[in-house]
Every structure is written in structure tokens, then in C-alpha cells.
Design a protein around this ligand. Sequence first.
Ligand SMILES: Nc1ncnc2c1ncn2[C@@H]1O[C@H](COP(=O)(O)O)[C@@H](OP(=O)(O)O)[C@H]1O
Ligand SMILES: [Mg+2]
Ligand SMILES: [Mg+2]
Ligand SMILES: [Mg+2]
Length: 328
Amino acid sequence: MTESLEQELKTALLAVRQAALICRTVQSAITDEVLEKTDKSPVTIADFSSQAVICRALNKAFPEDPIIGEEDAAELRAPENQEFLEKIVAELTAASIQDPTPENVCTWIDFGGAKSYSDRFWTLDPIDGTKGFLRKEQYAVSLALIVDGKIVLGVLGCPNMPFPGENPTAGTLYYAVAGEGSYALPLVREQEPKRIRVTTTADFSESRFCESVESGHSSHSHSQQLAERLGISKEPRRLDSQAKYAVVAQGDADIYMRLPTRPGYREKIWDHAAGVLLVEEAGGEVTDIHGNPLQFDQGYELTNNQGVIVTNGHLHSLLIQSLDELEF
Ligand SMILES: Nc1ncnc2c1ncn2[C@@H]1O[C@H](COP(=O)(O)O)[C@@H](OP(=O)(O)O)[C@H]1O
Ligand SMILES: [Mg+2]
Ligand SMILES: [Mg+2]
Ligand SMILES: [Mg+2]
């Protein structure tokens, strides 16, 4: 292990595990506790609880490090959302988090309020795939450390991804360190991590791809066109969140396509950073739809990139070539 990142990895694994277990408790209990954000997307008690727990832990261990997180506490501070905030306090109390007063909870969430690039920062998606979370399907708690524009550490907590040999509800905790490979372990307990690797599939006719459940996040019509051109006949696997990166990293699919639904949308760094390192360290390749590397040194968005293409490496250049012929 890169000696200098040992403490970072330990802190990140502990925090993501704790947050993912809180999310699981909330998911099993609620269906309707949703706030609507200004962009109309949903956010739940679990999103806020997860961000609070992880930012609190990071701030304690690395007080100098900025955190670019998806959520902020502005709406929680509004008087009409006091009851909602109290529910977050109750979840954190039940999880034995120390001193979760309403004020502290808002402060912890807002530790994740950095917006711009710096030489060393964390990026956090407290629940990636909130829509999947609400459907009781896949979602992920995603945390990555970026140093000099390079992702050096990524942790992905996936409470609904089965770990081989464990009870299907055990969930999986994935992590990768730059230069050290990608690993999986059960979410519920300490165990020797298992190295994961991408497939060696080199033929599109034998390949399987995955994509978003939400056609508003990734164009299903374009991926279908592309699959026809390339002779991909297997049905796509549709699942929410960065669990798709994990699926490619552990060899359960060969490709993950995220094809733009509208030209102006820019991907958010917290939707990708941990997943990208997980796939790269498992031997795969990640670029945008033009074949350019994703640039994590632009702030909270991938300003210079459009869409995302993830493969086992063998299929990458042909896929990018075929994409060039489609209109976006
Ligand atoms: N038009 C769009 N194109 C691509 N991604 C989008 C999008 N609108 C929202 N998203 C992102 O899609 C993420 C979910 O990805 P997926 O569809 O793969 O599950 C959301 O993360 P959150 O659920 O954290 O808000 C959100 O950031
Ligand atoms: Mg969201
Ligand atoms: Mg997300
Ligand atoms: Mg999110």
C-alpha cells in the first residue's frame, strides 16, 4: 500500500461503511420522505445522513481537506423543513453518532460545500442513484480523493450488490488505490478483501453492456443503435448508480455506456470519480464519448467531457470509433 494513503483509506472505508449501513436502515423503513431540490431531483433523509456522517469523519481526520459534496444544508435550515431535519438527527442518534444536534448536522453536511478545484480534495456522492434508492434497487455511497487532478483513492459502498458467498443482502464495499488494484469485501463485516478484475471479452457479439435505468440520464435509443451496429445481441443490464462501474470492474459486464440525452449537460465529478478508479485499477478503460480522458481538475463538473464510456479495455477503441458516427 502507498504508505502515505493508509490513513486516508482507513478513514474512507470506515466512513462509507457506516454511511451505507445507515442508508440501508432508512431504505428498509421509508418510502415517502423526500425533499425536492431546485432542479426537481429528489433527496432523502438518507442522502443527508450519509453526507453528514462522512463529512464529519473526513473533517475530523483531515481538517484541511476541502470536500466537494453533492448536497448542502441550505434547505434543511428552512423552518418548514425542521421536521425533516429532526428525522436525520434521529437516524444519526440511532447509529450512535456523537452529538448530532440539528445545528451540528447542518454544519457537517456543509463541510461538503467546496465547489472549486484544489490540489487535494475529496468528492462525495452520499447516495448516488437516489431514484434507485427510492425504488429499493441499486444505489451507491461514493467517495474519492483527488490529488493534482488524479483520482488516487475511491470507495464505493453498494448495500444492494451481492457479495459472492455471502447472504444476498450483505452488500458489497469496493475500493481502489491508484497503482494498487481494485478490491471488494462484504459491507457487513471485516474480511480479507478480494481482488477484482474486468473481463477479457474482445468480441462485441459476446459482450454485455450496462446503462442507467433512467433514460433521462443516458440515451437508451442511442445505445440501442450502437449495439445494433456493433453486433451486441445480449440484452443490456440496466441499473442505477455507480454500481455500474462495479459491475464492469468485477467482470459481470464488459461495457458501461452513458450517452448524453441533451448537449448542454455536464457530468458531475461525484457521479464518477470513485467508479472510474475502480474500473481502471481493475484493468479497464474510461473516457468520454469522444475518447478523451475525464478531467477531474475543472471544479465540480466534467466541463471538458461529454458522456462517459467504460469498457474492459479490449473493446474501447472500436466502440469510440462507432460512436463518432452517431449524432449527439
Ligand atoms: N441529464 C442527466 N444526464 C446524466 N446524468 C444525470 C442527468 N440528470 C441527473 N443525472 C445524474 O445521474 C445520477 C444517477 O445516475 P444513474 O442514472 O446512473 O443512476 C444522479 O445522481 P444522484 O442520484 O446522486 O442525484 C444525477 O447526478
Ligand atoms: Mg441527486
Ligand atoms: Mg449521483
Ligand atoms: Mg446523490
